[in-house]
Design a protein around this ligand. Structure first.
Ligand code: TPP
Ligand code: MG
Length: 706
């Protein structure tokens, strides 16, 4: 007998054993009416049968996902007592919630949705066959990845965004009085992502910011095989100041429905977070392939059956006289038949058939951008050019907001955001707490709410501890929602090497590999004050029009540079170009025919100086876009040369030059190519940095080798 058969049999046996029309064993709790209880039961049962059907589909070779909701079906209470318009970011055991919410929306097909997801079919209404996720734009359920707890920072950001947009008088994607629902497992509560997000929520409350967030910890006592120590979550989850902790037994339908209703009401009226700790059980193992008996005793497994939430609801229905045991079983069987018939209809369902279909949400179609409507003005440094454009963007669009560590009063470590808070106020230009994960989570929440966030990460080296928020959350959302949800955002990051006076790896991170391999992410690197503003504007357009996640990586060493060749020549201070700069465009310096130098960032002024020193006839090409590489424009130029030198300040392995060379090889270009790169090293403090970073001397040597 399979675990699913056993679960089914135990339920049927337990219901048959319920006393017929015996008087209720306790007074009926009228906080929960009969109709609500019936709806609750239906949603729970639908979820249960879907878990079984997922395994049937797998058995037929048509299903690919068997993580069940069995034992967690009490989360249906949240689906019943929230509004359909309350945005929900859900744990992967949310079958009950999904069924409940779907029951409110005319024309919705929750059974087919879930099974199509398991079958990786394009009929899946959220991912269109890219993954099995609980999500549906019509039900306001945002799809989540499998990376546990990674959705919590976004949930905090979204709860922060909705009241903020109300104050700014802007329409948000959800009503201003929404409750953001965010559920997660007990083991997930220990993940640093969850801990960071809970801390951020508490911090926001401590600062008095409204935060309508309902956090739900579905505690089945296990993280795959590892037990959560008794009492640990009660202690840890109740310790966050400003987050009201409540606990409820998910096996008790009346308590569960009442607690859920009350928690939602509290969050909606107080706009302060509540954490509802729901004690549940887990049936059918962690997933289909998990052999629970290897790590759980038969008595533990049997004890869970005593707490089957479906039996709990059946018992209450019978005790109230709403249904008798036969009536309960009749409902149970009717829903089973419905689920089975949908499962049967999914034989050979439509699936994604080509790479192009799979990748459609990652594609960009932006080929034209408008010119900068503002007069060009005076020559500026790179830092001032970025400040100028940020100011314009904030002025032009009330949805744009700028935030990060120290960006407010101080105006950023390098003064790039100086004066913006004074001009645009603290609601749009603000300091965050010191946590890159929260900065990006805030951007994620603001973005889906309808803002256009431009978060700042203080140094490239400090992106890495929060990078999953970009990789796993931001960039993957369009993919896993088939483009239905997007995170328009432009992450400004100060980075790259060659800083004078402030050295070491952490302020000279020279690697961009971690950004370049994120599907769909756009990476732009300005080098000159003339084009920095236009490049930033294009990133904002990509975010606004296509919902792209863009990273705009600012070379710190060029922020305040004024000179190019000689001290005092002032040649690197430039008047901003006002012409629109479409994605994929490159910037070219000089017209020498002997060698093409392909570079970006700090490499641009370094190459210009090296070319002059070497006395060669060279053209210098600034790639500007590191991801995707501007392949078409690059090849157009390269084809006119027989000699190319790639000047890449990032590392030899995994660096940009590797991709440039590969692009030329793929195109069967026949010329001679040399790479000048930094070493595969961290950057040491002080003068030793020069030993591992590529230098102007290296470029000169490469040019003279021609
Ligand atoms: C960041 C991360 N690490 C590891 C995993 C693998 N993994 C998937 S589920 C899980 C256990 C989660 O337990 P819990 O949060 O209690 O949720 P439950 O499955 O018990 O409902 C683990 C370790 C993952 N998905 N994400
Ligand atoms: Mg668990």
């Amino acid at each position: 007998m399979t675990a699913a058969d056993e679960l089914d049999e135990r339920f049927v046996t337990a219901v048959r054993a319920l006393p017929g029309h015996a008087p209720p064993t306790r007074p009926v709790d009228r906080r929960v009416d009969d109709d609500l209880l019936v709806r609750y039961f239906d949603a729970q049962v639908q979820s249960r049968h879907l878990d079984v059907a997922a395994r049937t589909l797998q058995g037929r070779g048509e299903g690919f996902y068997t993580i069940a909701s069995a034992g967690h079906e009490s989360n249906a209470a949240l689906g019943l007592c929230t509004r359909v318009t309350d945005p929900a970011l859900l744990h992967y055991r949310s079958g009950g919630f999904y069924a409940a919410r779907g029951s409110f929306v005319e024309g919705s097909t929750p059974i087919r949705d879930v099974l199509a997801g398991c079958a990786a079919s394009t009929l899946d209404p959220i991912s269109a066959g890219r993954h099995k996720v609980f999500g549906n734009a019509d039900l306001n359920i945002l799809p989540q990845t499998s990376t546990i707890a990674s959705h919590l920072p976004r949930a905090v950001g979204l709860a922060l965004a909705l009241p903020r947009m109300q104050r700014l008088g802007l329409d948000a994607a959800w009503p201003w009085d929404s409750v953001v629902v965010c559920s997660f497992g007990d083991a997930s509560a220990n993940h640093s992502t969850a801990v960071g997000a809970l801390n951020a929520a508490a911090y926001c409350r401590h600062r008095g910011l409204p935060l309508p967030l309902l956090l739900v910890c579905e505690d089945n006592g296990l993280g795959i095989s590892v037990p959560t120590p008794p009492g640990w979550l009660e202690r840890s989850l109740s310790s966050y100041p400003g987050i009201e902790y409540r606990s409820v037994d998910g096996a008790d339908p009346v308590e569960m429905l009442a607690a859920a209703t009350d928690a939602v009401e509290t969050v909606r009226t107080t706009r302060a977070p509540v954490l509802l700790h729901v004690r549940v059980v887990r049936f059918l193992g962690h997933a289909g392939s998990d052999v629970e008996s290897a790590y759980r005793s038969p008595s533990d497994l049997a004890a869970d059956h005593e707490r089957d939430p479906l039996v709990g609801t059946a018992r209450e229905l019978v005790a109230r006289g709403v249904l008798d045991a036969a009536g309960v079983l009749d409902r149970y069987e009717r829903i089973r038949a419905e689920v089975d018939s949908v499962a049967d209809s999914l034989q050979r369902p439509p699936r994604l058939a080509t790479a192009a279909e799979v990748m459609r949400p990652l594609e960009s179609g932006l080929v034209h951008v408008d010119d900068d409507p503002h007069p060009a003005g005076e020559p500026l440094t790179l830092a001032r050019a970025v400040t100028r454009t940020l100011g314009q963007l904030l002025e032009e669009d009330p949805h744009v907001c700028v935030f990060g560590e120290d960006v407010g009063l101080k105006g950023g470590v390098y003064g790039v955001t100086r004066g913006l808070q004074e001009r645009f106020g603290r609601l749009r230009v603000f300091d965050t707490l010191l946590d890159e994960q929260t900065i990006l989570g805030t951007a994620l929440g603001f973005a889906v709410a309808g803002m256009l966030p431009i978060p700042e990460i203080q140094y490239l080296a400090y992106l890495h501890n929060a990078e999953d928020q970009l990789r796993g959350e931001a960039a993957s959302l369009a993919f896993f929602s088939d483009g239905r949800y997007r995170n328009p955002m432009v992450v400004r990051i100060a980075g790259l090497p060659y800083q004078r006076g402030f050295g070491g790896h952490f302020h000279n991170d020279d690697s961009v590999a971690v950004l370049r391999d994120i599907p769909g992410l756009v990476l732009a690197v300005p080098s000159s004050p003339a084009t920095a503003g236009a490049l930033l504007r294009t990133c904002v357009e990509l975010a606004r029009r296509e919902g792209r996640v863009c990273v705009y990586l600012e070379p710190i060493a060029l922020y305040h540079r004024r000179d190019l060749y000689d001290e005092g020549d002032g040649l690197w201070q430039q008047v901003p170009d006002t012409a629109g700069l479409p994605p994929g465009s490159v910037c070219v310096y000089g017209d020498g025919r002997d060698v093409l130098v392909v570079t970006f960032g700090n490499g641009v002024p370094m190459s210009l100086r090296a070319v002059r020193r070497a006395g060669v006839a060279a053209t210098v090409l600034d790639l500007q876009w590191l991801s995707p590489l501007p392949t078409t424009a690059l090849l157009e130029h390269v084809r006119r040369f027989e000699r190319v030198v790639v000047v890449d300040e990032t590392r030899r392995s995994g660096g940009v030059a590797e991709s440039v060379v590969a692009t030329l090889v793929d195109d069967a270009w026949q010329g001679r190519i040399t790479r000048v790169t930094s070493h595969d090293s961290y950057v040491p403090l002080g003068p030793a940095a020069a030993h591992v970073l590529m230098s102007e001397d290296d470029i000169v040597r490469a040019l003279l080798e021609a």
